[in-house]
Design a protein around this ligand. Sequence first.
Ligand code: NAP
Length: 291
Amino acid sequence: MTINGYTRTCGLIGNPVEHTMSPAIHNTLAEALSENLVYVPFHVPDGKLREAVEGAFALNLLGCNVTVPYKSQVIPFLKEIDPLAEKIGAVNTLVRVQDGFKGYNTDMPGLLQAMREDGVRLEGEKVLILGAGGAARAVAMLLSEQGASQIIILNRTVEKAKELAREVNAASGRQLARAMALADYPFLPGGEKYLAVQTTNLGMFPRVEEAVIEDRTFYEKIHTGYDLIFNPSRTKFVSLVEESGGRAFNGLKMLLYQGVIAYELWTGAKVGVELAEKAYRQMRSAMGPEA
Ligand code: NAP
């Protein structure tokens, strides 16, 4: 890659950003598409988000990704917001417009693309969402749009699950979602098999020995488990689902496709399947032999 006076910059705003895989995605795409573009991480300390967004615009950045803990906090500093991101209440991609940045959410379409590739269908499915944070909101809206038949949101803080269920029901216009305290999982209706989407932080590197529910009898109710965590690639949740005979996936493909969709928004390029696979291989090698 040659950096010269025409090089455009994109980056990641977050705290922390040190373990990000996003440079592997975007710099691979830029190089393969011969775009004069470089993608770098920006560690933005607590209380400096406004300055970071305004500074990014002043420095002529083409776009940014936004990660933990700023996906909702960034919204007041945007000039425009895409309706999907507004509905989800979280922005992970900033695209340069006339006077500032427009916010998008590519996590949700990225997850949909990843699930399609993994052969996970949502229409008519009974789904458990474990967690009720920012990622769970995007998952819940996706399930509602894609015709899930029932959503049960289990969260440690049950009020947050109730609030999310209320929002999903209001957005979908039907009684689609309900909330449960995480500890009440033994009271899930018997005789059912669910798709479970794991959206909590539990099991992330370095606390790889943890899972949000450790009890093996829970996993007998799961036909498919989808963990949004991608590091480690084989989380305890993934192991528990597979050991009970279910199919399980991690969040690496979701990460890939949220990045691919962001790249397409910034550059107008169309990323084909082969190139997406190349970026995926690059991410896996950046993660080391474990991936
Ligand atoms: P968040 O808003 O902070 O939500 C965290 C969730 O985890 C909350 O529901 C929280 O419950 C729960 N939780 C945390 N510690 C817990 C504990 N000890 N016991 C039980 N529950 C606990 O985070 P987020 O933005 O939704 O991200 C969640 C995960 O999704 C992260 O691991 C992130 O890496 C992953 N993610 C992956 C992708 C991807 O591209 N693959 C994209 C986005 C996010 P309370 O409400 O009770 O605190």
